[in-house]
Design a protein around this ligand. Sequence first.
Ligand code: CA
Length: 232
Amino acid sequence: MFKQDASLIVLIEDEPPIRRVLRLALTDHGFAFKEASSGRDGLTLVAESNPDIVILDLGLPDMDGLSVTRELRSWSNVPIIVLSARGKEQDKIEVLDAGADDYLTKPFGIAELMARIRVAQRHVSGINSTTTAVFSFGEICVDQSKREVKVAGETVHLTPNEYKLLCILIKHTGKVITHTVLLREVWGAAYQNETHYLRVYMAQLRRKLERDPAHPKHLITEPGVGYRLQMA
Ligand code: CA
């Protein structure tokens, strides 16, 4: 049987080769692993086994991943990482807005999947959501108690909306945040389609924070979907 302390991952995916690869890789990395090949079976499995993370394919035979996500979110906060086919940006956005935590585009590498799983686990344990007011990444240091931002020790002035945008990205470090969510949180629900606001404000933030704003290391664009704050 599984070790008591192994995190349990449930995979909901109809393609046997992908299930096999992930089963091998995840058990090899010390995770407990269960799988389902349809949305309905997957929901039952999640309800029965109470996993730490769910990996969900968006294209399932009986119901789409969006419906699975909505149903899951009506009774569970388990982190959901979705797997999607290339070019299905709208699907990704919808499922992220419905409460999925992150996504990977097929084909993806195991290293990439592990990085996403680590981010999901970090958010569950709440390391960067609570206790620490001071958050550092690269040369950038944000002290939320003093509302102070420094780059390489030099204080940088951010406008209120730039600062708000940065704090939302920090709160969700490593995870992709959709345009809609960012616009809603910073400017309000009436502005959730004003994607150009984000382009302008992200460009300003990069100019102020990134060493090479044209090739950002931290404020990363997820094309067609949103933005992600990367620590390393
Ligand atoms: Ca599929």
